[in-house]
Structure formats: structure tokens, C-alpha cells
Ligand binder design. Structure first.
Ligand code: SAM
Length: 206
């Protein structure tokens, strides 16, 4: 069923559904047009207003698009569960409330069940404003520490645009070095569609 999905993001959403529960706190590290943010909100929103989605993008344009998509698609109460920040995702640790995580490194604790990256540029927007390998790597280093055990870091990595392949290599190297005891790291690549985005799923065991 998962492989019948046409778009890489739809495949990713199917995997998220197996991990994310109502009431969870999750992060969309690249809001863009807001489709992933909306999907996450639908997964976490519960009647008691417990779930929460933190969304990041460097572009105001993207956050406005996300915000208006949410306005059209969910109730005002549900929309309140989404907190958007116009900031590089490498700086997410600076704005996430202190009660959602504690410290970085091996002793860190975080509440986040899913941290998702959909890399590259804003579809329909400025194609020069793309995610960059060094900030993606910094963000991944924060994400791995604040992810809750049993949680998932999900990446959709595009290789067709200038700089895309380099970013892919950075992500691949990061994922390959995570400890076998603590992480399950998977790659999903369409072998007969070599330019299609590559999906990476990093499951934190404990
Ligand atoms: N998830 C989006 C959706 O569902 O529509 C698509 C995301 S789009 C492929 C990538 C987004 O990443 C762009 O909107 C871009 O502005 C944003 N971006 C680029 N560099 C970033 C950074 N350093 N931190 C956060 N967002 C960034």
C-alpha cells in the first residue's frame, strides 16, 4: 500500500502514521507550503488540546502559506496547536520551550515524537532559498538529541537541484554514523526513478 503512493511525501506520511499518536509534540523543520504541517496537526490534535506542532522556515512567504492553509483546513482551536517560527531550523533549540526538552548531548531529554525535514526549495517560490548541508547537519544534530525514544526523524532529500547531491551526502553520512544500539536508520530510494527524492527514516530505539 505504501509503495502505491505517487509522491515521496505521501510515503513519508504513511510511515509517520505508524509512529505519531494523538497528543504528541512534533516538529516540522521545513514548513514550506504547509502540507506536512497540516498532516502532522491532523495526527496529533486531540479533543483535550494536548498535541503540538512546532514549525520552522526561514521564509516569511512560506510561513504565511502554511498559516493560510491551516486556516482553510482546520478549526481555530486546532490551529492554535501549531507554533510557527521564522528561523533557521539549526536554531530550533533556542526557541523550543524549556519544558519540551532538556540539554543537548548524551544526557538530553526531549518530548518530540517526530521531527520531519522536507529539504530543498519552496515549490512555487524562490528556488535560490534552499536548505544547505551545514545548517541541515546542525539541525539534525539537535533533532537526534531532542527526539523522544521511540520517535522518528524523517527526511525527504531532493537530489535534482544544484547542491542537492551534496546535501544528500551530508545526510547519508550523518545517518550512517548513528549508533547501531540506539538507532535504526533506513533509506528508501526508487531505483528505476534515479532523480526522485530519497527518503530517510531514523528511528530512535531508546
Ligand atoms: N514541507 C513543505 C510542504 O509540505 O509544503 C515543503 C518544504 S520545501 C521543499 C523546503 C522549505 O525549507 C522551503 O520553504 C525553504 O524556505 C525552507 N528552508 C530552507 N532553508 C531552511 C532552514 N535553514 N531552516 C528552515 N527552513 C528552511
Amino acid at each position: 500500500y505504501v509503495f502505491g503512493k505517487k509522491k515521496a511525501t505521501e510515503v513519508a506520511h504513511k510511515v509517520w502514521e505508524r509512529v505519531v499518536r494523538k497528543g504528541d509534540t512534533v516538529i516540522d523543520a521545513t514548513c514550506g507550503n504547509g502540507y506536512d504541517t497540516l498532516k502532522m496537526l491532523k495526527m496529533v490534535a486531540d479533543e483535550s488540546q494536548q498535541g503540538c506542532v512546532y514549525g520552522f522556515d526561514i521564509q516569511n512567504d512560506a510561513l504565511e502559506k502554511t498559516s493560510s492553509l491551516l486556516e482553510q483546513s482546520v478549526s481555530p482551536n486546532e490551529k492554535e496547536l501549531v507554533k510557527l517560527f521564522q528561523i533557521c531550523h539549526s536554531k530550533m533549540g533556542e526557541v523550543l520551550p524549556e519544558d519540551t526538552w532538556m540539554g543537548l548531548g548524551s544526557d538530553s531529554l526531549g518530548d518530540f515524537r517526530l521531527i520531519a525535514f522536507n529539504l530543498g526549495y519552496l515549490p512555487g517560490g524562490d528556488k535560490t532559498l534552499i536548505t544547505e548541508p551545514h545548517t541541515t547537519l546542525e539541525a539534525l544534530n539537535v533533532a537526534k538529541d531532542i527526539l523522544t525514544p521511540g520517535g522518528l526523524i524523517s527526511l525527504v532529500v531532493y537530489i535534482g537541484h544544484p547542491g542537492g547531491w551534496q546535501e544528500w551526502e551530508t545526510v547519508q553520512e550523518f545517518a550512517s554514523k548513528l549508533s547501531v544500539e540506539k538507532w535504526i536508520c533506513c533509506k528508501l530510494q526508487m531505483l528505476n526513478r534515479p532523480m526522485s527524492p530519497i527518503l530517510i527514516f531514523l528511528f530512535k530505539k531508546y
